[in-house]
Design a protein around this ligand. Structure first.
Ligand SMILES: Cc1cc2nc3c(=O)[nH]c(=O)nc-3n(C[C@H](O)[C@H](O)[C@H](O)COP(=O)(O)O)c2cc1C
Length: 175
């Protein structure tokens, strides 16, 4: 199984968890890490290149820090530009059919805040529904997300353990 990890973090230099996740993936032959903000500093996405990359992989992981209950904007732009009619949906738009989509998301808020009655009122699964709906429309299989809550409170060991588990998680086939 070939895995494409599309990373959308506008400030990886200051990142704790997303950077640790990426570093853990280095050296895995079946994983391609594709960092959008580094590849497109002018935010001009090469649609053909992105579509070829997706076609060459079986599982697509969208990795990002939670920004205002969603992804940083370049990943939204990626969806707007790359998921075209006739390629991702509509007549002949079957290029992503039966591929898998997984989100890998870090949050500042701790898990207890992400529930009914908590500070954020909604679960991350609920807040990430637009990704699930998109996955459904483009014929992908939506897998459970890999989440890291409470980055600000996390210890170095929490980060290291999450990174180790991340590599296993995204490389494990669904049975
Ligand atoms: C513009 C912005 C918006 C954010 N919005 C949220 C949010 O909606 N929910 C949340 O839990 N954390 C939010 N955060 C905190 C980030 O999710 C957190 O810093 C990030 O996941 C840490 O990952 P990193 O160490 O890889 O940067 C936000 C941070 C920024 C800069």
């Amino acid at each position: 199984m070939k895995v494409l990890v599309i990373v959308a973090h506008p400030d990886l230099e200051s990142s704790v968890i997303n950077r640790a996740w990426i570093e853990e993936l280095r050296g895995h032959a079946d994983v391609t890490v594709h960092d959008l903000y580094t590849n497109y500093p002018d935010e001009q996405i090469d649609v053909e290149r992105e579509q070829r990359l997706c076609e060459q992989h079986d599982r697509i992981v969208m990795q990002f820090p939670f920004y205002w209950y969603s992804s940083p904007p370049l990943l939204k732009k990626w969806q707007d530009k790359v998921l075209t009619y006739g390629w991702a949906y509509g007549s002949g738009g079957d290029k992503l059919h039966h591929k898998e989509l997984m989100l890998a998301v870090s949050t500042g808020g701790v898990e207890e805040k992400y529930r009914a009655g908590g500070t954020n009122q909604f679960t991350t699964s609920e807040l990430l529904r637009p990704f699930q709906a998109t996955s459904n429309l483009i014929g992908m299989t939506y897998l459970p997300a890999y989440l890291f809550y409470g980055t600000f409170e996390a210890s170095a060991q929490d980060v290291r353990l999450s990174a180790e588990q991340y590599a296993k998680h995204i490389l494990t086939p669904v049975v």
